[in-house]
Design a protein around this ligand. Structure first.
Ligand code: GLN
Length: 483
């Protein structure tokens, strides 16, 4: 049963082949057996899961239907879950039980999804390897000596290892797409404003966006349908109708204009990945797409701009964790200043402290113009490049990452080396565009992802292209050995 996709589960439940309770018990037992190798969960919510599964079975017995009714999922541990620990991968929030559900959590629960637990992640979503979690590193099911990517590494490892069919995740600079690429999954970062950020603990508010991680585009369509939509509680949520994503999967790709940026194929890209990307282009050409070389001239400035803007916003967002109102508080503070300093010094890990310092520096009076303002100007140039490109093409295609998953510990002493791995993903966040990563082959037994980007609110187009590609390739069906 653990091999079933969300779409297959929905059919099995509708045909009464199994109940949500049976499925939930099977997956919980599988998690207990296999997750010790992976460390993909921070908390399991067995009681809640069984209660939700029984309720979903009862709703089906009463004639209700729905693709998510009785479907087991998990939430990245930065979506607030009422009465349940919501740690953000940090010692700072190890004791924090959220007083309310995030909009995404509430919407999926209302649709009948069953929450198996909360998944591991880089502390406050800062990282690309899931090694900065207070709860320990997550292992990649394709090779337990390698990282699963980050920051949504727990969601990715759990879905890739068939512990569950799909999970929620968030993407500030690539944290859905990069772990999807590293673990052979399909992951979608929606347009900024498509999915509510209410109750999603903030890292960099102008970049953060929640989205689905699953094995297929078909399943991403199902999960996104349950997550997307206007939310008056989030002032940056956009009031646009949500299309029927599943209904759009079967559109023809005849005449689809694919842009391949020449800047993507620079020296930093593993040539074996470049070859797999070219193969995926050929596959889409067979389906009727036409390919065109394009240029994104400001791409080279995106990493420095992102690594000013994201820490700047983080330094502001994380000021609320002061030992007074939320989470960790140091022992025996001597005075208020000591309480702040030691609570934050002891509660935050090294990478989070580094980013807070970089961000506070970039925002300080003397350096604001030189760093923060400059970075915002670059951000606009990056967006303008995309707007020009989308006048000529319907989607942009390239690698998701320059290299496959690296070995655990390989980049932990060199944060900049890890930052450089985000080169292909962060531009979509700077511009607010939707992006998807899907499996495109293997290098040294490790999965490789191809990234598709589309104009604002064209998530449906990304899912359509990915689904057609997956009907004609079988990379996404490969299973890691031992799982
Ligand atoms: N790797 C990027 C960072 O560390 C992106 C993380 C994310 O998308 N949450 O900021």
């Amino acid at each position: 049963m653990h091999q079933l996709t969300l779409a297959e589960i929905a059919r099995g439940l509708a045909d009464k082949k199994f109940s949500s309770e049976e499925l939930t018990k099977t997956l919980l037992a599988r998690i207990a057996q296999l997750d010790p190798q992976l460390n993909s969960f921070i908390s399991l919510t067995e009681d809640l899961a069984l209660q939700q599964a029984k309720a979903a079975d009862a709703r089906r017995a009463n004639g209700e239907s729905g693709a998510l009714l009785g479907a087991p999922i998990a939430h990245k541990d930065l979506f607030c879950t009422q009465g349940i620990r919501t740690s953000c991968g940090s010692k700072m929030l190890d004791n924090f039980k959220a007083p309310y559900d995030a909009t995404v959590v509430a919407k999926l629960a209302a649709a009948g999804a069953v929450t198996l637990g909360k998944t591991n992640m880089d502390e406050f979503a800062m990282g690309s390897a899931n090694e900065s979690s207070y709860y320990g590193a997550v292992k990649n099911p394709w090779n337990l000596e390698h990282v699963p990517g980050g920051s949504s590494g727990g969601s990715a490892a759990a879905v890739a290892a068939r512990l569950l069919p799909a999970a929620t995740a968030t993407d500030t600079g690539g944290s859905i797409r990069q772990p999807a690429a590293f673990t052979n999954l399909t992951g979608l970062k929606p347009t900024y404003g498509r999915v509510s950020r209410w109750g999603m603990i903030a890292y960099a508010s102008s970049l953060d966006q929640g989205g689905p991680l699953a094995r297929t585009a078909e399943d991403c369509a199902i999960l996104l349908q349950g997550m997307a939509g206007f939310d008056p509680q989030d002032s940056t949520s956009i009031d646009e109708p949500v299309p029927d994503y599943s209904a759009g999967l079967n559109g023809s790709l005849q005449g689809l204009r694919i842009g391949v940026p020449k800047e993507y194929f620079s020296a930093g890209l593993d040539p074996r990945i470049a070859e797999l990307i070219h193969n995926s282009v050929k596959e889409l050409e067979k389906l009727g797409a036409v390919v065109k070389e394009i240029s994104l001239p400001n791409m080279q400035h995106a990493i420095p701009a992102y690594y000013v803007i994201a820490p700047a916003e983080a330094s502001s967002n994380l000021s609320r964790f002061d030992g007074v109102r939320f989470g960790y508080r140091c022992e025996d503070p001597k005075n208020l200043e000591d309480l702040y300093k030691r609570s934050r010094g002891e509660g935050f890990g090294a990478e989070v402290q580094r980013r807070i310092m970089v961000g506070a520096y970039a925002l300080s009076a003397g350096y604001y113009d030189a760093y923060y303002l400059k970075a915002q100007k670059i951000r606009r140039l990056v967006k303008n490049d995309f707007m020009a490109a989308f006048n000529e093409v319907d989607i942009i295609l390239g690698p998701t990452t320059p290299n496959p998953a690296w070995k655990l510990g390989a980049k932990s002493s060199d944060p900049v080396a890890a930052y450089l791995e985000d080169v292909y993903t962060i531009t979509a966040n700077l511009a607010g565009l939707p992006g998807l990563s899907m499996p495109a082959g293997f290098v040294d037994g490790l999965p490789v992802g191809v990234q598709l980007l589309a104009p604002y609110f064209q998530e449906g187009r990304l899912l359509n292209v990915a689904h057609q590609y997956q009907l004609n390739t079988d990379w996404h069906t490969r299973t890691p050995q031992g799982f």
